[in-house]
Design a protein. Structure first.
Length: 321
């Protein structure tokens, strides 16, 4: 291995409020990391300076330099050109040539993609999906994102917009999602939906003791999905019922994914997925009743390896070929 190929990759994860950066070794290990605030509501240049400030903070940690920089950014974006198009979470950037700007400043190859695609690739290269050929990855937290990797390559589709799994509708009469469609799995099963389901259940059962409500200080309006998870960890039966309701919604969605893609592994990351990990076996048990595929129950359902560091690892994975 020559010196250039042995040099680490810099992974950058840009969000609406922060820029997380990390130096990633050739084996996918995050060697060191940090974060800086993101300026998402100012000028395009102010947003760019927030990113370069975060990158600059890592330069002393890599005296031999970086061989490349991989960036996770909110979409919509064009992964071929590295242009950020018009992300709602980054109003500072419209048709912003992020990859070219970073490459011009640091004189190394730069790749840009969205977080779902990049995290899916990191899990395939180095994480829970290592060794699998047909990978479906979902991150479930405040929203639901996803990525598809076939034979170690991200599937982007014709325009770069493939794998919007969170915006697959499973109820055409359902509530309107932030994307404008009705009944997307995101609005039915992401963190805010679990919180709303919990508040409705608590309000409908006022005489029932609720550990969730205790954690919320007795205020129904303060109930969140995080508190549901904390209550479940203490053995609260009401929290278990709410999470099983979420499983009931997620399983037909995953059944659609299986029948469409026939993956050989499903990997789930994000805070809600971590909360649902005790129910993975239940999802697998229910999956055959929502699939045409007779071998659906053979597909491993695994927790993601990288957790909160998925963006940093994902950025690095974009440059790992």
């Amino acid at each position: 291995m020559n010196a250039a190929s042995a040099a680490p990759i810099l992974g950058v994860d840009i969000g609406g409020t922060k820029v997380a950066v990390g130096i990633v070794g050739v084996d996918g290990t995050i060697l060191t990391q940090g974060r800086k605030p993101m300026v998402s509501n100012g000028t395009a240049e102010a947003g760019f300076e927030a990113v370069t400030s975060a990158i600059d903070s890592m330069i002393p940690e890599a005296p031999g330099g970086f061989r490349s920089i991989g960036i996770c950014a909110p979409g919509p974006l064009d992964p071929k050109t590295g242009v950020v198009l018009n992300p709602p979470n980054l109003p500072c950037w419209r048709n912003f040539p992020l990859a070219d700007k970073v490459a011009d400043k640091y004189r190394v190859p730069v790749r840009v993609d969205n977080d779902g695609n990049a995290a899916a690739l990191a899990e395939t290269r180095w994480g829970a999906a290592r060794g699998f050929r047909y990978v479906f990855y979902a991150t479930i937290g405040t929203g639901i994102g996803s990525g598809i990797v076939f034979d170690n390559k991200i599937y982007h589709g014709k325009t770069g917009s493939a794998a919007e799994g969170g915006h697959q509708s499973i109820d055409y009469r359902g509530p309107v999602c932030s994307c404008g469609k009705k009944g997307c799995i995101e609005i039915l099963a992401a963190g805010p939906a679990i919180g709303a389901r919990a508040r409705a259940k608590i309000a409908a059962e006022p005489s029932r003791h609720s550990a969730i409500l205790d954690l919320a200080g007795g205020k129904v309006a303060s109930v969140t999905s995080e508190l549901v998870g904390r209550a479940y960890a203490t053995g609260d039966p009401q929290a278990k019922e709410i999470l099983l309701d979420t499983v009931e919604v997620l399983t037909p969605w995953l059944g659609n994914i299986v029948d469409l893609l026939d993956p050989d592994v499903i990997v789930m990351g994000g805070g809600v997925a971590a909360m649902l990990k005790p129910f993975f076996d239940e999802i697998k048990r229910r999956l055959p009743s929502w699939c045409v595929n007779p071998r659906a129950s053979e597909i491993p359902l695994l927790m993601a390896h990288y957790g909160a560091d998925a963006g940093i690892a994902g950025g690095a994975a974009l440059c790992s070929e």
